[in-house]
Design a protein. Structure first.
Length: 189
């Protein structure tokens, strides 16, 4: 266990949000630790074109450049999966077999995609299978689109996609669990 050192802030997650927080805190000369499990949704994007000052940049470049930048501001980086946080006098953060202490915590761990179990799906992430409307929605403009989901939010997404990008879309309500889509009411046309 790591004992003794108390950070000003521990940031959980090395995606764009966590990296940006680390840049600011590092520049303010705060004692900061960034904890990251690796992977994450940002890694899916092969071409990010909604990032200010970049016509196109890979998510890998964003993460690597961000990590290099926060190191230049003396932010510590540790690889680990955070499994528990406690608030006592200070925050106690448990990651793998280590324990860290901090005055403040920023959780920027992103989202977990509940992907359908379709064979070889990962080959198409960021190319023709997308998980982020903000990053990749425009790539579907005027194309045939299939939206796969198991929640009322999937219906909302189908409406938004029609308004913004393509009228040629199909909604597939899919789940490998018991169907919950029977309570959705009338589906929009």
């Amino acid at each position: 266990m790591t004992e003794g050192k108390i950070y000003d802030c521990i940031i959980i997650g090395a995606g764009p949000g966590g990296l940006q927080a680390a840049i600011y805190l590092g520049r303010y000369n705060r004692n900061v630790l960034l904890l990251d499990r690796g992977g994450g949704r940002t890694r899916h994007a092969r071409h990010v074109e909604n990032f200010l000052t970049q016509k196109s940049i890979s998510s890998k470049e964003i993460i690597e450049t961000g990590l290099e930048q926060i190191r230049s501001f003396n932010v510590e980086i540790e690889r680990g999966l955070v499994t528990k946080t406690l608030k006592k006098d200070f925050f106690e953060i448990y990651a793998d077999d280590k324990k860290y202490f901090s005055k403040f915590v920023i959780v920027s761990s992103g989202v977990y995609d509940n992907l359908p179990s379709i064979e070889n799906l990962h080959k198409f992430l960021g190319m023709s299978f997308f998980t982020c409307i903000d990053c990749d929605g425009y790539r579907t403009a005027n194309k045939k689109l299939v939206i796969i989901g198991n929640h009322i939010k999937s219906v909302h997404l189908a409406i938004v996609m029609k308004e913004m990008f393509t009228k040629n879309r199909t909604l597939v309500l899919y789940t490998d669990k018991a169907p919950d889509y029977l309570n959705l009411g009338t589906l929009p046309t």
